[in-house]
Design a protein around this ligand. Structure first.
Ligand code: NAP
Ligand code: HSE
Length: 428
């Protein structure tokens, strides 16, 4: 029986895991697909680099054309990362009728529509399970497991670096900058952590999840992203006192076809399952009209967890090859995208204000909420010892974001409000 030949683009963290799993699980993979899977060639930047696994040096190449232009190669596994070069290789491979497995969320969030259109034209598979939440099979779950339901909400802790930092800040009362430095020393956070800590990595993953979950073409530019770099020890402490844990949540909602997607630090009620997801772990909460609440938990990154998802996609491609049905799995969105306006986006808010501590201040503040029809759930005041000022923590009921903007704009003009220290979404 002719083996299925795979061209691997990249032999870094994930590529190494792919080689280990394909070689180590060969017999099981063969039984499940009916074909042997052979990693025929591997693209790297530097062939002379020391590797953590032994690979036949003849398989390594620095020339992409040796792989994407090789007519004997059936499937490309792209685990090199980056956007423009990876996109060129994938489009060239698709033009030659090759199927694609990729772990590249940056590429799929930005150019997924173009790549999937090319794949449809060429009757090729493009699968990207590992691009979101590494080892959690969340894409297959959304596309297949929930195909019979209507998903109305997806909430994800989809970035392990930020979840590690927030967990440490919460457990040890440590400051953001100190934990970030420690995470960098341990190799959890990158030397340039911007993409993770400013919520951009999570925004790319939420673009992919919202597109698949709601069947509408959500673009990266539709996702408002706010990161964790401004979160203070005090925010976490006040949240704790009120029974909440601060998490960087990606939140995608669909109400009657009107969609909103955001990434933002959120106070999650401790009774919500997402509140207890700690460290580098990821979790995705999915609410379906029929199924109700579900949650999926696991490692969001790492060599073998991520490679597990990559090789599962490879198995799906090989099964399709055996059945002659590649390119039939329709992942392209089929619904019109209607984004919610600020008037349609409503949720609870946590607001921390520093105010003058004198008669009538609270009354002025509550009048502004009333004028903009924002109803309050709780108000707590902490005097600032020895100073004529106090901190006020307000939690609103669900309030639309247009009204909240007007409230905060008015607060900004009031002399008795010294600072709007924090504003966070509240969930659970
Ligand atoms: P990595 O460790 O940096 O490895 C990248 C590999 O690609 C290296 O082998 C490198 O070659 C090769 N490469 C990069 N650019 C190249 C180019 N222009 N030409 C030829 N070879 C090139 O990356 P990774 O962590 O494995 O991540 C790979 C992909 O998986 C990324 O899209 C990432 O977002 C995604 N992903 C990673 C994780 C994770 O846990 N790491 C989890 C989920 C998704 P050399 O070895 O010669 O330098
Ligand atoms: N930088 C990502 C994270 C890796 O911290 O979750 C997986 O995409």
């Amino acid at each position: 029986m002719k083996p299925i030949k795979v061209g691997l683009l990249g032999l870094g963290t994930v590529g190494t895991g792919v080689v280990r799993i394909v070689e180590g699980h060969q017999e099981d993979l063969q039984r499940q697909t009916g074909a042997a899977i052979e990693i025929a060639k591997i693209l790297v930047q530097d062939k002379s680099k020391a590797r953590s696994i032994a690979v036949d040096p003849d398989k390594l190449t620095e020339n992409p054309w040796d792989i994407v232009g090789d007519p004997d190669i059936d499937v490309i596994v792209e685990v090199m990362g980056g956007v423009s070069v990876a996109k060129d290789h994938i489009l060239t491979a698709l033009a030659g009728g090759k199927h694609i497995v990729t772990a590249n969320k940056d590429l799929m969030a930005l150019h997924g529509a173009e790549i999937l259109a090319k794949a449809a034209e060429k009757s090729c598979d493009v699968l990207y399970e590992a691009s979101v939440a590494g080892g959690i099979p969340i894409i297959r779950t959304l596309v297949e497991g929930f195909s019979s339901d209507r998903i109305t909400k997806i909430m994800g802790i989809v970035n392990g670096t930020t979840n590690y930092i927030l967990s440490k800040m919460s457990q040890e009362g440590a400051a953001y900058a100190d934990v970030l430095k420690e995470a960098q020393q341990l190799g959890y956070a990158e030397a340039d952590p911007t993409s993770d800590v400013e919520g951009l990595d999570a925004a790319r993953k939420m673009t992919i999840l919202a597109t698949l979950g709601f069947h509408a073409p959500v673009a990266l530019g539709d996702v408002g992203a706010k990161g964790i770099s401004q979160i203070s020890k005090e925010d976490i402490q006040y949240g704790k006192q009120l029974g909440y844990t601060v998490k960087l949540l990606g939140i995608a909602e669909n109400n009657d076809g009107h969609i909103s997607v955001s990434v933002q630090p959120t106070l999650v009620k401790n009774s919500h399952p997402l509140a207890s997801v700690n460290g580098v772990f990821n979790a995705v909460y999915v609410y379906g009209e029929a199924v109700g609440e579900t949650m999926f938990y696991g490692p969001g990154a790492g060599e073998l967890p991520t490679a597990t998802s990559v090789v599962a996609d490879l198995v799906a491609v090989v099964r399709n090859l055996k059945l002659g049905i590649n390119g039939r799995r329709v992942l392209a969105p089929y619904k019109e995208k209607k984004l919610k306006t600020d008037e349609q986006i409503a949720y609870k808010n946590f607001i921390l204000l520093q105010v003058e501590d004198k008669a009538g201040v609270l009354a002025q503040i509550t009048q502004i909420f009333a004028r903009h029809e924002v109803s309050l759930e709780s108000v707590v005041q902490h005097p600032d010892a020895g100073k004529p000022q106090a901190e006020i923590i307000i939690i609103t009921h669900d309030a639309n974001q247009a009204s909240m903007k007007k409230v905060l704009d008015e607060f900004g003009t009031m002399d008795v409000i010294h600072a709007i220290k924090s504003v966070y979404r509240v969930e659970g």
